[in-house]
Design a protein around this ligand. Sequence first.
Ligand SMILES: CC(C)(COP(=O)(O)OP(=O)(O)OC[C@H]1O[C@@H](n2cnc3c(N)ncnc32)[C@H](O)[C@@H]1OP(=O)(O)O)[C@@H](O)C(=O)NCCC(=O)NCCS
Length: 412
Amino acid sequence: MIIRQATGNDGDAIASLLSKSFLEDTSIIRVSIENNPRYSISNMFVIEEKGTGGGILGCLRITPFEVYSRGVRMPMAGIAAVAVQPEARRRGIADNLMEDALRKMYDMDFPISMLFPFKHRFYKKYGYAHVGNMMSYELAPSDIIPFPERSGVRAFGKSDRNRVKRMLEQDVQSRGSFTPLRNDAFWDLVVLPKFKDAYVYDDGEAKGYLTFELYKEPAAAPGAFSEPVVNVKEFVGLNAAAHRGFWGFLSALGEQVAKVRFLGPGDYPLHLFVKEPREKDYRRLFFEYKSFSTVAPGFMLRVINVRDAISRLRHNIETPSDIVIRVTDGDLPQNSRHLNIHVHNGETVVDDTRLPAQFESDIEVFSQVYSGFLRPSDAVKYGFASGDPSIIHRLDELFSAPSPFIYQFDIF
Ligand SMILES: CC(C)(COP(=O)(O)OP(=O)(O)OC[C@H]1O[C@@H](n2cnc3c(N)ncnc32)[C@H](O)[C@@H]1OP(=O)(O)O)[C@@H](O)C(=O)NCCC(=O)NCCS
């Protein structure tokens, strides 16, 4: 079997394979492959039987992104469009493609990779780990505090387009956690055409924007009332007044809509903006002191180059600190080595060492630690890593980060 970079001649075959695999119309897929503002056909890799001319058996795409994490910009390889012909499945073809993609991403100097999985256990085998704990909230507008700052909210107009682009960039730079940046073409072709119900928070200067879909939910039973819902697609607030203004604005939609849906990072303090915390589909008259929750599948991240990824951490620690770690990585053995992490005054220097490791884990657990999703001390506490108790709090500090978050329009 050979794996090669796709060319323009492969367009039809790839579109047909993706259409069979993701149940979407071939012509729509064809257009999205050819006119995509984020990637081109040369980002696709295809696998075929050597010399048989039997056609493409499988494909995947490595899309180059730039993300911000802890205020630092870094390249990220997004894996998507992993597909194998139905008649060729369960013969190790996707396995071949994934192993090859890991080596390619390492050679292309990507420190990390991310993906949206169809199943977590499929990608866990390749070192990817669950890190995207996004929360989908549902609120009654009457439970939201009617902040007076809502008077600063006005309708979005064409002249706000550039300012909106800059606001997202500023937001991603300052508080993004593995959050992708957006290029101009993606904004213009994909995102802005969807700004139908869109608003800006403006108190002399635009400090935030909000865009949502307004629709009627399908009725629960024939003849039943179908409830109007606001589904927030993107909410960016650069200051406190913008957040308060938008929540106040959403509370004021109560006459028209029954529910507000909002997808936020796991650590967004939404409780600050509600006057009455309530369970979803609240019906009880008496006390309920818990929230019904589940471990929902989120996006996954894998560290591709451990040394490079760690050296991108910036910490203003004045007293120099050294910690030795060892990560084991069966797919990329280059990562399996003892590394000394030296942190001092905003610099992180990572070198090989012969000293014994003070923290050890496999690449999957390390990917969760690196993303800030799993504290090193918890990895040790629950038996997923081993660590020297005297240094573990320093690792907790080194890897702490806000909840990883990707805006809905950027899901790939
Ligand atoms: C998912 C898909 C790409 C797998 O391709 P494949 O060539 O059959 O996979 P492989 O034979 O290489 O299997 C690799 C490993 O994954 C496992 N696996 C394969 N399909 C799986 C599935 N649907 N669920 C869980 N594990 C699966 C295999 O058991 C094997 O694991 P093992 O080595 O421990 O035995 C293929 O089923 C497909 O194209 N599905 C439709 C499109 C899709 O959902 N793509 C994923 C997008 S995120």
